[in-house]
Design a binder for this molecule. Structure first.
Ligand code: MOS
Length: 736
C-alpha cells in the first residue's frame, strides 16, 4: 500500500461500514426477503435415534387448510436426479427410510404461514422400527480406527521411545472434550425460488460458491443456472461452511410447490442437522530432560464421528510444531457413533488438541518445578520442525512477554491453593495458541464512476467478522480515496469468485484480491494519464506516481497530478471504467511455515464450598501479521476467548445413553456464556511486518484466539484448587 499524505485507514479502528444497516434492521438476512406468494417450510424430525421408518402418514397434515405440500422420502424424488460419483452422500435428503441419528430430518411441510407449517409438521404420524443406538464415546473406544479404514495416519519424527527412556521428567495423561454445538445467533435459513428453470437462493452460508455448486448437482442443473445470495450472516463458526439438507430441501420444496419457499430453521432444528464439534479423548505423553527441555511428545487423539461419514477432529497439529522437540509421534483416529454428522467448528482440531497439549505442558511444569511460562519459553521453536521450514514471521516470544507483563504473571505464587481473595481460591493459568495461515485464490471487479468513486465486487462473505469494513479500508488506501467513495459488495455468485470464509483466511484471500484489483485500476489509469498530452502526468512512469487524494500525483512533486474524475472525463470511458483481477498464493510463501501465535493468561476465582468457578480476568496477546482494523480484530479475539470460556466451563451437548436422544437441545440447557459470565478481557496485538504470507501481510484472526483458552482456564482452576480436571467442561460437581 502506498504511503501518501491522504488519510490512511488500514490499521485504524474504523467503525463497521455496515454497522448502521445492522442496528437499524435494514441489513437483510436470508430469512428476511419478502417475495410474492412466499410459502413457509417446517421440518419434521425423527423422534428415534436409530432404525427405520415403518410408516409415515402425512394425510392429516395435508388436509390442514393452508398446507401446500408435505415432502417425505415417499415423494421427494431422486436427489441428485442421476447418480453422481462426486455428490456429497453424507446428507439426509429424504431418499430412504433409514434413521441414523436423533432429530434427523424426515420431512418438510410447506404452508401459507410459518405457524400452519409448524402445526402441520406436528401432525405427521411416524411409526418406527427402533434399534438401540450407540452414543457413548467411552463405551466404544475399542472401536477406534483410522478414518476411511486407512491402515495408518500418524506423524513420526525421531524416536519417542528412546526419548522416554532418557527423560528425567515425564507426564502421561488423558484428556477429554465433549460434543459442542456452534450456536450462531442466526439459525440456518434459506429462501429459495425457481424462475424458468433457474434457481435463486438467499442462504445463510460461509461459502456461496460451494453452495451454488452443491445445489446445481442436487438438481442436475448447470452452476450458471443457480444463484446464491448472502449479504449478511449472523454467525457461522464453521457450521455454515457446509450446505446442509435444509438448503437443498428448501429448493426442492420451492420446486414442488411452484412458489418461493422460506425455510428458517428453529433453534431446536439445528441439533443433529447442522453439525457439531465431535467429542475427543486424547492421550498426551511429554518427556523432558533435567533442564525441562522437551525430549519427546506423543499425542494420540480419538474423536467421535457418525456412522455414515468419517469426520476427523485431528487434535495433534500443534503438537508437531508448537515446541522444539526432536521426537514426536501422533495419531488421529475416529469412533463412529449414532449421532449426526460432525463438522468443522471454530479452529477444528486445534481447539480441543491444543487444550490437551497445553494442559499437559502445565502438568509437566509442576513435575519439573518450573514456571509454566518459563517452560514454554525454554522450548521455543525457532523453525517449524514438522517440515523444517523457517517461519514467515513469529512473535510468540513478544506475546509471552507483553501478555505476562499486562497480567502481572510474575506476582504469581506457584503453589496451588496459595492465592486467596476472601473465602475464594484464586488461580492463574496460561497457555500458548497457534493457528496456520491459509490463503486461496480470489477474484474481484472494480468499476469507477465519473466522480472518482468506486464500486468493488467480490464473491466472498462477511460472517460477522468485518469483511465489508476491512475490504473498504484496503480499497480506500490502495486508491487514495476516502472511505465514503468506496462501495464494497460481496455475497453473490454473480460476482467474481472467492472461496469459502473459513480457516481464518478471508482477510488474506479476499483482501489480496481487493488490493490487486485496486492496483490494476491505478496502473491502468496511470498508463492512460502518462500517455496523454493533456495530462500533467504526461511521460510519468508508474513508479513515479502514487494514488492519493482521489487521484494520481507525482511522488516527487505531490502538487503535480490530477483527480480520477479528470482522467476519466478525458478518456471518454466515463462511468464504464472497469477492471478485474485475481490474486493467488505465491511461491515464496510455500517456502515458509505460516502461523499466527499468541499467549493467553486467565485468572479464576473458585468458591471451595460451592465449587463455582468465575473467570475474573483474561489477557491475550496475539501476533497475526498486520492488523487491518484493531476494532473488528479485537472483537474477534474477544469472541474467541468467550467461545473458549464456554468450552472450558459450560458447553456440552448431551445424549441419553439408552435412547440416543438429545437432552439439552436449546439455549436454556446448552449453556453458552452470557455477559455476566465474562470478565474484563484485555487483548494486545503484537504487530508484525510479514511480506511473505501475502501482499497485504495479514495472517487471519478468526480462530487463533479460541485455541488454548480452555487450557488457560483449566490450568488456572488447578492452580486455584490443586484439582486437575481433565474432562471438559469443568462444572462445579467436578470441583466439589
Ligand atoms: Mo471456521 S470452523 O473455518 O468457520
Amino acid at each position: 500500500m502506498s504511503t501518501g499524505k491522504t488519510e490512511r485507514h488500514v490499521g485504524k479502528p474504523v467503525d463497521r461500514v455496515d454497522g448502521r444497516l445492522k442496528v437499524t434492521g435494514q441489513a437483510k438476512y436470508a430469512a428476511e426477503y419478502p417475495l410474492d406468494r412466499l410459502a413457509f417450510g417446517a421440518l419434521v424430525q425423527s423422534t428415534v435415534s436409530k432404525g427405520k421408518i415403518k410408516n409415515i402418514d402425512s394425510s392429516a397434515a395435508e388436509k390442514l387448510p393452508g398446507v401446500v405440500c408435505v415432502i417425505t422420502y415417499k415423494n421427494a424424488g431422486k436427489i441428485p436426479p442421476k447418480p453422481l460419483s462426486d455428490f456429497d452422500d453424507s446428507l439426509h435428503l429424504l431418499q430412504d427410510n433409514v434413521i441414523y441419528h436423533d432429530r434427523q430430518t424426515i420431512g418438510v411441510v410447506v404452508a401459507d404461514t410459518f405457524e400452519t407449517a409448524t402445526h402441520a409438521a406436528s401432525l405427521v404420524k411416524v411409526d418406527y422400527d427402533e434399534v438401540a443406538p450407540n452414543v457413548v464415546m467411552d463405551k466404544n473406544l475399542a472401536k477406534a480406527r483410522f478414518a476411511g479404514n486407512k491402515k495408518e495416519s500418524t506423524t513420526k519424527r525421531g524416536n519417542f521411545d528412546n526419548a522416554q527412556q532418557a527423560a528425567v521428567f515425564k507426564v502421561q495423561r488423558t484428556y477429554s472434550t465433549p460434543q459442542e454445538i456452534h450456536s450462531p445467533m442466526e439459525p440456518h435459513a434459506t429462501t429459495a425460488y425457481w424462475d424458468n428453470g433457474k434457481l435463486v437462493v438467499y442462504e445463510s452460508t460461509q461459502a456461496i460458491f460451494n453452495t451454488r455448486n452443491k445445489l446445481a448437482k442436487a438438481f442436475g442443473v448447470s452452476p450458471a443456472d443457480v444463484r446464491v445470495i448472502t449479504n449478511f450472516v449472523g454467525g457461522g463458526f464453521g457450521t455454515k461452511l457446509m450446505t446442509w439438507s435444509g438448503c437443498i430441501l428448501a429448493a426442492l420444496a420451492a420446486k414442488q410447490s411452484k412458489r418461493p419457499v422460506r425455510l428458517a430453521l428453529t433453534r431446536a432444528n439445528l441439533y443433529g442437522n447442522t453439525g457439531h464439534r465431535p467429542q475427543t479423548v486424547q492421550t498426551l505423553s511429554l518427556c523432558a530432560d533435567k533442564d525441562a527441555k522437551l525430549l519427546g511428545i506423543r499425542h494420540d487423539c480419538v474423536s467421535s464421528t457418525c456412522t455414515f461419514n468419517d469426520f476427523v477432529e485431528d487434535g495433534t497439529e500443534a503438537s508437531v510444531m508448537l515446541y522444539r522437540c526432536p521426537n514426536v509421534v501422533t495419531s488421529a483416529k475416529v469412533v463412529p457413533l449414532d449421532l449426526g454428522k460432525p463438522i468443522w467448528m471454530r479452529a477444528p482440531g486445534h481447539c480441543p488438541g491444543t487444550y490437551a497439549l497445553e494442559c499437559a505442558m502445565d502438568e509437566l511444569s509442576y513435575e519439573a518445578k518450573i514456571d509454566p511460562l518459563k517452560l514454554r519459553q525454554i522450548n521455543y521453536a525457532d523453525k517449524d520442525e514438522s517440515n523444517g521450514l523457517p517461519w514467515s514471521s513469529k512473535s510468540l516470544d513478544k506475546c509471552y512477554d507483553k501478555g505476562a507483563e499486562l497480567f502481572r504473571w510474575h506476582e504469581r505464587n506457584p503453589v496451588p491453593g496459595s492465592m486467596k481473595k476472601g473465602n475464594r481460591l484464586v488461580g492463574w493459568g496460561m497457555s500458548s495458541t497457534t493457528h496456520p495461515t491459509f490463503r486461496m485464490k480470489a477474484s474481484a471487479k472494480l468499476n469507477m464512476n465519473s466522480d472518482g468513486s468506486v464500486s468493488i465486487r467480490c464473491g466472498t462473505q462477511d460472517i460477522g467478522t468485518g469483511t465489508y469494513t476491512i475490504m473498504t479500508q484496503i480499497a480506500a488506501d490502495t486508491l487514495g480515496l476516502p472511505l465514503e467513495k468506496v462501495a464494497f459488495h460481496l455475497g453473490d455468485t454473480e460476482m467474481p469468485e472467492a472461496p469459502m470464509s473459513g480457516g481464518s483466511m478471508t482477510a488474506a484471500t479476499a483482501g489480496s484480491a481487493i488490493h490487486a484489483v485496486c492496483e490494476a485500476a491505478v496502473n491502468k489509469l496511470a498508463a492512460q494519464a502518462g500517455a496523454d498530452k493533456q495530462s500533467p502526468l504526461m511521460g510519468a512512469k508508474l513508479d513515479d506516481i502514487e494514488a492519493v487524494r482521489g487521484g494520481l500525483y507525482l511522488k516527487s512533486k505531490p502538487e503535480t497530478g490530477e483527480s480520477y474524475s479528470a482522467i476519466l472525463a478525458r478518456s471518454g470511458s466515463g462511468s464504464s471504467f472497469e477492471v478485474s483481477a485475481s490474486a493467488a498464493p505465491q511461491d515464496e510463501a510455500e517456502k515458509h511455515s505460516k502461523h499466527s501465535f499468541g499467549a493467553h493468561f486467565a485468572e479464576v476465582e473458585v468458591d471451595p464450598e460451592l465449587g463455582t468457578i468465575r473467570v475474573t480476568r483474561f489477557v491475550s496477546a496475539v501476533s497475526a501479521g498486520r492488523i487491518l482494523n484493531p476494532k473488528t480484530a479485537g472483537s474477534q479475539v474477544k469472541g474467541g476467548i468467550i467461545y473458549g470460556i464456554g468450552m472450558a466451563l459450560t458447553e456440552e451437548l448431551i445424549h441419553d445413553e439408552k435412547t440416543g436422544r438429545t437432552l439439552n437441545a436449546d439455549l436454556a440447557e446448552y449453556h453458552i456464556p452470557v455477559h455476566a459470565d465474562i470478565p474484563n478481557i484485555e487483548t494486545i496485538f503484537i504487530d508484525e511486518e510479514d511480506n511473505i504470507v501475502n501482499p497485504i501481510g495479514v495472517k487471519g484472526i478468526g480462530e487463533i484466539a479460541v485455541i488454548g483458552v480452555a487450557a488457560a482456564v483449566a490450568n488456572a482452576v488447578y492452580h486455584a484448587t490443586g484439582k486437575r480436571i481433565r474432562d471438559l467442561p469443568i462444572t462445579l460437581d467436578k470441583i466439589m
